[in-house]
Write a protein that binds this ligand. Structure first.
Ligand SMILES: Cc1ncc(COP(=O)(O)O)c(C=O)c1O
Length: 372
């Protein structure tokens, strides 16, 4: 059996007709920059989340940079985020002119540890970016309580958590603003790069609209120094089609995750992901920890049996060479460092077959019994 890490072609086959119709409409209108499809998607996405505004941008990294600038982050400011995230979260802080400060993560949910945020707050801290990593919501009540008590802003990084819920609300509706990536492999993925900033704050929304399009709303009126970071109309058309399927696809991911977790629960040394009560996980990634034996040897064993795996992420951000200028040392975010050595992301996509989940787990069992 062959189990890829994800299967974008399988999903494309299921929605091909709908997608082609929408793409034809864009091609027939020759309206490629902003316009109807982008507006329609922005409205549909804000309705889906339950927030006032969604503003389409070119990718998730730009969404974070632009959102930070729109809330006023700039030189001299510090922004706290999780040590275990994709590099883009920290890049955006630097692009906004500020200094990234890395806090450790919770060992069960892999999201920000709020006590460590508290320990890292200074008088220069102006924002916190909780990352809903792998599709599990951050502890938003604690993050917001702390942020409000210190007059600090919150920008959610929801790039991996489209549709996830923290209690009754979808993530993306808690912070001053939230950012999404529609990179092709995401739970809601375009056919190229795309992203969005969402917010309930009309002033922030207005600034984001300007920043994404050279600093103005009207042609040749530039109130701010902005970016060329508009959501492509063809990508908006694809996203409009896919958004209608998102809840169902997330449910399919959850079913595969439940099966994985059930079958893995008695494998010695393997820790399946946990879900904190009150959260709806959307399993962008299904990440296990390998406590005994070597994670890399397990990956190699699975690779030889045609099972693709990943590591998200191999180096915690405070130890990534690009951020060495910040002066972090190994040992400063111990949980994130341990996780980076032990985590493996198993294949996860809606179109997976239960037999494929079974095969992956069977091979992990074999590995632990014979090698690990
Ligand atoms: C947690 C996180 N933040 C930010 C990004 C950046 O998004 P993009 O790749 O669309 O720029 C990604 C995805 O790639 C991500 O996973």
């Amino acid at each position: 059996m062959n189990v890829p890490f994800l299967d974008l072609l399988g999903q494309y086959a299921a929605i091909k007709q709908e997608v082609h119709q929408k793409l034809d409409a864009v091609l027939g209108s020759a309206s490629f920059i902003l316009g109807t499809q982008v507006e329609e998607f922005e409205q549909a996405f804000s309705r889906f989340l339950g927030c006032r505004s969604a503003i389409g941008v070119a990718n998730g990294t730009d969404a974070l940079t632009i959102a930070l600038k729109a809330i006023g982050i700039g030189p001299g400011d510090e922004v706290i985020t999780a040590a275990n995230s994709f590099v883009a979260t920290a890049e955006a802080i630097v692009h906004a002119g500020a200094k990234p400060v890395f806090a450790d993560i919770d060992p069960d949910t892999y999201t920000l540890n709020v006590s460590d945020i508290k320990a890292k707050l200074t008088e220069r801290t102006q924002a916190i970016i909780p990352v809903h990593l792998y599709g599990h919501p951050s502890d938003m009540d604690s993050v917001l309580r702390l942020a409000r008590s210190r007059g600090v802003r919150v920008v959610e990084d929801a790039a991996q958590a489209h549709g996830a819920k923290y209690h009754t609300r979808r993530v993306g509706t808690f912070g001053d603003a939230a950012c999404f990536s529609f990179y092709p492999g995401k739970n809601l993925g375009a056919y190229g790069d795309a992203g969005a900033v969402v917010t309930d704050d009309d002033e922030i929304a207005g600034t984001v609209r300007k920043l994404r399009d050279h600093g103005g709303i009207q042609k040749y009126q530039h109130d701010l120094v902005g970016y060329n970071s508009r959501l492509d109309s063809l990508q908006a058309a694809v996203l409009l089609v896919k958004l209608k399927h998102l809840d169902q696809w997330n449910e399919m991911r959850r079913q595969h995750a439940q099966l994985y977790t059930k079958l893995l629960s008695d494998v010695p040394g393997i820790v399946p992901p946990s879900v904190r009560e009150g959260n709806t996980h959307v399993y962008h990634l299904y990440v296990i920890r390998v406590r005994r034996g070597s994670r890399d040897a397990l990956r190699q064993y699975l690779h030889q049996r045609h099972i693709a795996t990943g590591i998200h992420y191999p180096t915690p951000l405070h130890l990534v060479p690009a951020f060495s200028y910040l002066g972090y040392k190994a040992g400063e975010c111990p949980v994130a460092e341990d996780c980076a050595n032990e985590i493996v992301s198993l294949p996860m996509y809606p179109e997976m077959k239960p037999e494929q989940v079974g095969y992956v787990v069977e091979q992990i069992h074999h590995y632990v019994e014979t090698v690990g």
